[in-house]
Write a protein that binds this ligand. Structure first.
Ligand code: SF4
Length: 370
C-alpha cells in the first residue's frame, strides 16, 4: 500500500540552519498552492493509502481552513485505510488547542512537533520563533485535544550546548510522556546563514567527541525510560514507531505531492519542481516529470543502506525474495570485513549494525554502494 507525503513550504520565519524548501514571504500564494495540490491529487485518484504525512515547512502556519480543506481532499480523492497513520508536522507558536481539536476531528491522529530544544538560549541561537514555554504549551495543548501519538524533535551539536543542557531538554520531553522522540545532530548546510557563518569562522560547533558522547547518553536515557531505539535517530515506545518514515527505510512506495516533493511510485523515482510558483505553473500546465526507473544496482544499494538504518536490521530472506539471489553472493567480502571490525553483526537471517557501527554508520553504508 502507498504512503502519501504532502509538502507545505510555508514558515513564519526561516531558521538559521534550515535548508528545506520553505518560504516565509509566500503566504499570499497559499490558497492557490492548496488548489494546485488538490489538482495534482487527481493523477493518483483512488490509490490506497495507509500513511499520510503533511510536512514542510510548517503545515500549521497555514490558516486552519486551508489545511482542513486539504485534509478533506485527501479523504475524498484517495482510499484511506481505516486506522491509517495521518501525521501533521507542527511548530510551537503556530497551533494551539482549537487548531489541534480541528485537526483531530478532520482525521489526523499523529503530530510531529518541532521542539528542537527546551532551552531558550539554544532556541534563539537556532533562530527558532518559539520559546521553551511555547513548546511545552504546544505539547500540552496537543494532549488536551486528544492526541496520544506525538513525536518531538530534539537537536544536538550546537556549540552553545552542553551535555547537561541537552539531557535536561530530553528529560523534560520524557516527563511530558512523548511516545516518539527524534534526535538529530545539527548539520551545517552550505546555503544557509549557519553555512555562511561557518565559512567566516563565526559559528562555534560542538566537537565530535562531545557530540558522540551526547548521542550515547541520549540513547542510554531513552532506552532506560522504555523507548525502543528503532532507527539511528528515532526512539519510540511500543506501538508508536513512525509507520510513514518506516516506508522510506523499507523502500515501500509513496506518492509525493507539492513543491520539491519526491515520489517512489511504480518502481520509479521522481521529483516535483522546487519553487512555489514553479510548482503551481507545473500543475496548471500539466507538466511532465523526469522519471527514473530504479536500476537493480541502485535498488540493492538502497535496500542495504536504508534498511540498515533500522536497528532491527535487514533480512537476507527478504533480500532474496526481492532480488532473486543471496545477499552474501555479492557482499560476502564487505560483510566479512565489517563484522571483523565489529561494525556489523550477522545473526541467522538478520544483518544489522552493532552499537559501534551505528556510530560510524555512513562509513558502513558506503561499503554497500554499487
Ligand atoms: S520551521 Fe522547519 S522548515 Fe521552517 S524554517 Fe525552521 S527548520 Fe525550516
Amino acid at each position: 500500500m502507498n504512503g502519501l507525503y504532502i509538502h507545505l513550504p510555508f514558515c513564519l520565519k526561516k531558521c538559521l540552519y534550515c535548508d528545506f524548501v520553505s518560504f516565509s514571504d509566500c503566504f499570499s500564494k497559499a490558497p492557490v498552492y492548496i488548489d494546485a495540490l488538490i489538482c495534482e491529487m487527481q493523477e493518483y485518484r483512488g490509490e490506497k493509502l495507509d500513511t499520510v504525512y503533511f510536512g514542510g515547512g510548517t503545515p500549521t502556519s497555514l490558516p486552519e481552513e486551508l489545511l482542513l480543506k486539504l485534509i478533506c481532499a485527501v479523504f475524498e480523492n484517495f482510499e484511506v485505510k481505516k486506522n491509517a497513520e495521518i501525521t501533521v508536522e507542527c511548530n510551537p507558536k503556530t497551533a494551539g488547542l482549537s487548531y489541534f481539536k480541528n485537526l483531530k476531528n478532520a482525521g489526523v491522529n499523529r503530530l510531529s512537533i518541532g521542539t528542537q530544544s527546551l532551552n531558550d538560549s539554544e532556541l534563539a541561537f537556532l533562530g527558532r520563533v518559539h520559546s521553551a514555554e511555547d513548546a511545552k504549551k504546544c505539547i500540552l495543548d496537543a494532549k488536551k485535544a486528544g492526541f496520544e501519538n506525538i513525536n518531538a524533535d530534539l537537536m544536538f551539536g550546537l556549540g552553545i550546548q552542553t551535555k547537561e543542557s541537552v539531557l535536561a531538554s530530553l528529560d523534560e520531553l520524557i516527563s511530558l510522556k512523548i511516545p516518539h522522540i527524534s534526535c538529530y545532530s545539527l548539520i551545517i548546510e552550505e546555503n544557509t546563514p549557519f553555512g555562511k557563518m561557518e565559512r567566516e569562522g563565526k559559528l562555534k560547533l560542538m566537537d565530535e567527541d562531545t557530540e558522540r558522547d551526547i548521542y550515547l547518553s541520549i540513547s542510554k536515557s531513552l532506552i532506560k525510560n522504555g523507548y525502543n531505539h528503532y532507527e539511528i535517530s528515532n526512539y519510540a515506545k511500543d506501538g508508536y514507531l513512525s509507520c510513514h518514515n518506516t516506508k522510506y527505510w523499507k523502500r515501500a512506495p509513496y506518492i509525493g505531492l507539492g513543491a520539491a516533493s519526491h515520489s517512489f511510485y511504480q518502481n520509479k523515482r521522481f521529483q516535483n519542481p522546487d519553487g512555489i510558483c514553479e510548482y503551481i505553473d507545473f500543475v496548471k500546465n500539466k507538466g511532465r516529470r523526469t522519471k527514473e526507473i530504479v536500476s537493480q544496482d541502485d535498488a540493492i544499494s538502497e535496500f542495504m543502506f536504508l534498511g540498515l538504518r533500522m536497528l532491527s536490521g535487514i533480512s537476507k530472506n527478504e533480500f532474496k525474495k526481492e532480488f532473486g539471489f543471496c545477499l552474501n553472493d555479492i557482499f560476502q567480502k564487505e560483510i566479512n570485513e565489517l563484522t571483523a571490525l565489529n561494525l556489523l553483526e550477522e545473526n541467522g537471517d538478520i544483518l544489522r549494525l552493532t552499537p559501534r557501527g551505528i556510530d560510524v554508520s555512513n562509513e558502513v553504508f558506503i561499503r554497500f554502494l554499487i
